[in-house]
Design a protein around this ligand. Structure first.
Ligand code: CA
Length: 367
């Protein structure tokens, strides 16, 4: 009897609740259905060259998904770097609202936000799996949103290359001493670490790397991994290709959205963007994982590239320099320290679990 009464009461509340929702919505003129009827024509500018495989393709794929899922009402036009906005002005363009969306990598903006490096890649830091776990489930994304908020930007993880290659060198690297005096294209914190080894780090956009290496303006460069490095033709300018990419162990790419534009969207469109970005994050990583080895074989067998592992002493020394660089940066900037502390706290958990799961499994396969 008591249960029946409760049930009736629940049914009553449901009906009244639903009715008042419709009435309230109509009065305000902003029911989700009406808002969804509005059409949005947005622009997205990227930091990548036109037709750049995986990155630019992944962004176009994302825009297509969003259009389909929104029934054609959220239409995002994608522009490559320079078509609308130069690559390195993407952050400002989205922040100021000249375009609604941008795609790139957080560590391009370390001149404005040194801590942004943590949301892309840290030398000897977490790999793609660790980064995704930290961002989605370990508080990393909430912290990222907090750090970008004063810049009027809402960030989303969207893309990951997996562990990159260490780079192309015109001579063999057998000790740390061999690094001294080299001019190398290597951005971000990786460049600062290399500077401690006596390297002169330089910043060059993708399109300038081949010519600089070929002419000897630089002695070495990192870029991405076999799939992209083959396309850039770097094997024609240097013969020694080193691994692993200690400086970029699982770089996360970012989708940024202008805050006012984001807040103007109906909730269901926000959800579409969030889910399409997450799908794209997985798609880009999967493409890299699936394609890199074929390109590595081509580089080795067809173009006679020597693929070499960095000597253990070099890696150990670079790890030591990395710890020094991170501590120095943390002393210079309070936000950097805040994100560094959060990253390290999560990383400890990640490493401890990894030792029992992934690392232990990798060891089991070698026994
Ligand atoms: Ca790189």
């Amino acid at each position: 009897m008591e249960d029946k009464k409760k049930l009736q009461r629940r049914e009553f509340i449901k009906k009244v609740g639903a009715g008042s929702l419709v009435a309230g919505g109509l009065a305000a003129g902003t029911t989700p259905v009406r808002a969804a009827r509005k059409r949005f024509n947005w622009k997205l500018t990227t930091t990548w060259p036109p037709n750049f495989p995986i990155f630019q393709d992944g962004v176009k794929r994302f825009a297509k998904d969003v259009k389909k899922m929104s029934g054609g009402k959220l239409n995002i036009s994608v522009f490559a770097s320079g078509e609308l906005i130069p690559a390195m002005q993407t952050f400002d363009a989205v922040s100021q609202g000249s375009v609604q969306m941008g795609h790139g990598a957080g560590y391009y903006w370390i001149g404005k936000i040194p801590a942004a490096a943590f949301f892309t890649a840290v030398p000897f830091g977490m790999n793609a799996q660790g980064m995704n776990a930290w961002l989605y489930s370990g508080g990393g994304l909430a912290l990222w949103r907090e750090i970008y908020e004063p810049f009027n930007l809402v960030p989303f993880p969207m893309g990951n290359t997996g562990v990159q290659m260490g780079g192309w060198f015109r001579k063999k690297i057998e000790s740390v001493a061999d690094l001294k005096g080299l001019k190398m294209r290597i951005p971000g914190l990786g460049g600062k670490v290399m500077a401690k080894a006596g390297v002169n780090p330089v910043l060059l956009a993708g399109g300038e790397i081949y010519t600089a290496l070929d002419r000897g303006t630089i002695d070495a460069t990192e870029w991405v991994g076999p799939f992209h490095d083959e396309r850039l033709g770097l094997y024609r300018a240097a013969k020694y290709y080193y691994y692993p990419g200690w400086h970029e162990p699982g770089p996360t790419l970012e989708l940024t959205i202008n805050r006012e534009a984001w807040e103007e969207l109906p909730k269901e469109f926000q959800l579409i963007i969030e889910n399409a970005a997450t799908a794209s994050n997985l798609w880009m990583l999967s493409e890299f994982e699936a394609r890199n080895l074929d390109s590595l074989h081509t580089l080795k067998n067809k173009y006679k590239v020597e693929v070499l592992e960095f000597p253990a002493d070099v890696i150990k020394q670079l790890r030591q320099y990395t710890a020094e660089v991170l501590d120095e940066e943390a002393k210079k900037d309070a936000t950097f320290k805040k994100v560094y502390d959060a990253y390290n706290a999560y990383r400890k958990t990640n490493d401890a679990w990894n030792a029992i799961s992934e690392a232990s499994y990798a060891k089991a396969l070698r026994l």
